[in-house]
Design a protein around this ligand. Structure first.
Ligand code: FAD
Length: 385
């Protein structure tokens, strides 16, 4: 396998009709391991030079906000020594170890560009003019595939620095700088806290819709477990309970410019807005180290115009504005995507008109994506064996 750079095993791509897995992140690796455990040959095609490419590129401060125990993939737990909240580097170590432990067949440096039906098989077009035929395909190219940077008016002529959160690694380059972070999801909130702690002269957080903020754990009980339980109940039950819990556990930040959200936590989560786990935001906002401001409306020269009409002149704008799935080129023609570009099925179910085409990792549930991908991997393996 090619998890460790430089140590590549030669894999025979001419072998007949394996299951191809597109993407060597946790979702793809979990599916490959679950298939292998059932005796099904699976080959992972990964466009970068190693497994876990997304995790290698995340910012230094990042730790899982789901617990180690609820984030392990099928057939290999994360070691206790990683602690409860696993660091980015340890996630990468785990994925490397995972591929090695399960002896997964991984071909790195191969990007799949197009997938089409070929009778009852699937034909994959990949870099280097490769044509690969598989009996089934698992698409695991990631929910966070392509950085989403909105096109704000005046953006092209903006003279300050503008970058996507995906390019942010650490606060050092921003020491002494005035930074505006746009978007109060988990990434935006965490980067804002990181910048404030790391010496930025001023940090503002532009917020369009106030997020739900939850504690990572309360008296040792991780919020993720509540998320797992909450999925069994409808939103009209979960949302009022979450509101009460939030009022008890998270202080009101309205006086600091961050009001409580109007819409219920679960309703918003179902729309894709996962609650923000507090890893320092509440304290930073109370101290004034992170200042909530209105949403970014447009740029004018070196100025940023906010939705409330105010103008500010930060040195740097970091857009924590999410990612796109970017599946259109790969499978758009197969009519398996909904209006938001998300696959219509997941786990062990393939679309009716595309039997043999499976998806993992394209939902963002409050119970934790790694946990869901582990469940889906087993379902895919069961469906294919
Ligand atoms: C900052 C951040 C923090 C997160 N924290 C948590 C957390 O605490 N707990 C949790 O449960 N989840 C978390 N997630 C969500 C999720 O678990 C991760 O995004 C996880 O990496 C998703 O795994 P994946 O395999 O679906 O996608 P990725 O990890 O993105 O892997 C996709 C892989 O596919 C490859 N690829 C893409 N396109 C192609 C192609 N056409 N051909 C070949 N290869 C291709 C990519 O190079 C990549 O290696 C977090 C996400 C982010 C962004």
């Amino acid at each position: 396998m090619a998890g460790e750079k430089g140590k590549r095993k030669v894999i025979d791509l001419t072998d007949e009709r394996p299951v191809y897995i597109v993407g060597g992140g946790p979702g793809g690796l979990a599916a490959a391991a679950a298939l292998r455990a059932r005796g099904v040959r699976a080959v992972v095609l990964e466009k970068s030079d190693a497994v876990g490419a997304s995790w290698r590129g995340h910012y230094d401060r990042l730790h899982l906000h789901t617990t180690r125990r609820l984030s392990g993939l099928p057939g290999l737990s994360m070691p206790r020594s990683f602690g409860r909240w696993v660091s980015r580097d340890n996630v990468v170590r785990y994925l490397e170890k995972y591929a090695e432990f399960h002896e997964l067949e991984i071909v790195t440096g191969v990007e799949v560009t197009h997938i089409e039906a070929a009778g009852s098989d699937w034909l994959l077009h990949a870099t280097g003019g490769r044509r690969l035929t598989g009996r089934a395909v698992v698409v695991a190219t990631g929910y966070n595939h392509t950085p989403e940077l909105p096109e704000w008016p005046g953006q092209d002529a903006y003279t300050g620095e503008l970058l996507h959160a995906g390019q942010y690694r650490a606060p050092d380059p921003y020491q002494g700088k005035d930074v505006l972070v746009v978007g109060a999801g988990n990434t935006g909130a965490e980067i804002a806290v990181d910048l404030a702690a790391g010496g930025a002269s001023r940090v503002r957080l532009a917020i369009r819709t106030p997020p739900h903020i939850v504690r990572r754990s309360t008296l040792g009980w991780p919020t993720q477990r509540t998320g797992v339980l909450a999925r069994r109940f409808p939103a009209f039950v979960v949302d009022p309970a979450a509101r009460v819990l939030s009022r008890i556990s998270v202080p009101d930040l309205t006086a600091h410019g961050l009001r409580r959200p109007d819409k219920g936590l679960y309703r918003r989560a179902k729309e894709g807005a996962i609650p923000v786990q507090d890893v320092g935001l509440v304290a930073a906002v109370r101290k004034g180290a992170v200042e909530p401001v209105a949403a970014l409306a447009s740029f004018e020269g070196d100025q940023v115009v906010l939705a409330d009409g105010s103008r500010i002149s930060p040195d740097t704008v970091i857009a924590a504005t999410g990612y796109r799935r970017s599946l259109e080129g790969l499978i758009g023609h197969l009519e398996v995507l909904d209006s938001r570009g998300t696959p219509v099925t997941r786990g062990g179910r393939a679309p009716k008109h595309a039997p043999g085409l499976y998806f993992t990792g394209f939902t963002n549930p409050i119970s934790g994506m790694l946990r869901e991908m582990a469940i889906d991997a087993r379902k895919i393996a069961r469906a294919l064996s």
